[in-house]
Write a protein that binds this ligand. Structure first.
Ligand code: ZN
Ligand code: ZN
Length: 355
């Protein structure tokens, strides 16, 4: 399976004329060899793969690393230099986005005469379409997070703080087997709902307020992402109106998901609906994003995106309306693009629950 992932690099090797590629972003390292630890690097050539780590990780690497030779080293740069010489690599690619200027200088000083080539967003493209194992991991983590919400909604009542809701949610996720939370949860009630990224605060939730809860779990390296907007008791008419508009925009966009649609067009489905109902100025962010080993991956679903949906991509759909001084609504699901549409992975109820 991991060999298949590495074979996706083949075209890239050929186009860039690389003889070796140093992978230092740990998500990419995990993607290519299975190592889940917090330090290590991978040297990939057209025919071989070497995992470099220090002695803290040797036994973990022995358990996890697949289809790569593990080389323990006290100084990674020494091991890299030895391998570059051993394999006769003259052109070595490295991940510019994940290499500090300092590390680059050290590498250039040590690998004299080697052509060091910055690689662009190769992994962004390669990781866009998920393979079966990734889809299974994403399904599992999405299901777990959705289940965790249902019991937490029971604790919402006037007087509970946003921070307590967030904490309960994280505890429940962990009880259900999550390794942790995917990001700092957004729990934004009342006027705070106007902040698309209003992290849970000590504000106490009041009766009649809307509460936007954007949450996700992390398990086996994969993330989930889902948002509900619920009400504490009976909300006002305008709150109900914007919830209904966002819900309809969300449903329309999901119905439009199919391989071949451009992300720009998909974004427009939701955006135009919201604009048609008079709230176009209150939906400032993109409609969604890819998700996987990172919480935000390619493709981006926005008016500026150049991407086109393909079968196997996993994206979010998350329209919102945010009215300063009033509040807001966002509704988000994560879904897998299938050959004829999509399969929704997250399962919390998206209707306006009045708790
Ligand atoms: Zn989210
Ligand atoms: Zn999201």
């Amino acid at each position: 399976m991991l060999k298949n992932r590495r074979s996706r690099l083949k075209r890239f090797f050929e186009e860039s004329g690389l003889e070796g590629l140093l992978v230092t972003d740990l998500r990419n390292v995990r993607y290519l060899c299975g190592f889940s630890g917090s330090d290590g690097a991978l040297l990939v050539t057209q025919s071989d793969c070497f995992f470099l780590c220090d002695s803290r990780y040797t036994s973990q690497a022995a358990d996890e690393v697949q289809e790569a030779e593990v080389r323990e080293c006290a100084v990674r740069l020494d091991a890299l230099a030895a391998l570059v010489a051993e394999k006769g690599i003259a052109r070595l690619g490295f991940e510019a986005v994940h290499t500090t200027v300092n590390d680059y200088r050290k590498m250039a000083d040590r690998l004299v005469g080697i052509d060091l080539v910055e690689i662009g967003p190769a992994f962004d493209e390669i990781r866009c379409c998920k393979d079966r194992a990734e889809v299974e991991s994403l399904m599992a983590v999405a299901g777990l997070a959705s289940r965790s919400l249902s019991s937490v909604l029971k604790c919402i009542r006037p007087g509970i703080s946003e921070a307590d809701v967030s904490l309960e949610l994280e505890l429940e996720m962990r009880r259900l087997g999550a390794d942790g939370r995917a990001f700092d949860f957004i729990v934004a009630s009342g006027v705070r709902g106007a902040m698309p990224h209003g992290r849970a605060s000590n504000k106490l939730i009041q009766g009649g307020e809307l509460i936007t809860i954007d949450f996700g779990a992390l398990k086996d390296g994969y993330h989930s992402d889902e948002t509900v907007t619920v009400a504490c008791g009976e909300p006002g008419g305008r709150e109900k109106e914007i919830h209904a508009i966002v819900r309809a925009a969300h449903d329309l966009a999901i119905a439009a998901v199919v391989p071949g649609i451009s992300c720009k067009e998909l974004d427009a489905v939701a955006r135009n609906y919201i604009a048609k109902h008079g709230y176009g100025d209150y939906f400032g962010h993109g409609l969604g994003h890819g998700i996987g080993l990172d919480i935000h991956e390619k493709p981006t679903v926005s008016p500026r995106s150049e991407a086109v949906l393909e079968e196997g991509m996993v994206i979010t759909i998350e329209p919102g309306i945010y009215i300063p001084g009033f509040g807001g609504v966002r509704i988000e699901d994560t879904l897998l693009v299938t050959f004829d549409g999509c399969q929704i992975m997250t399962s919390a109820d998206k209707s306006l629950l009045m708790l």
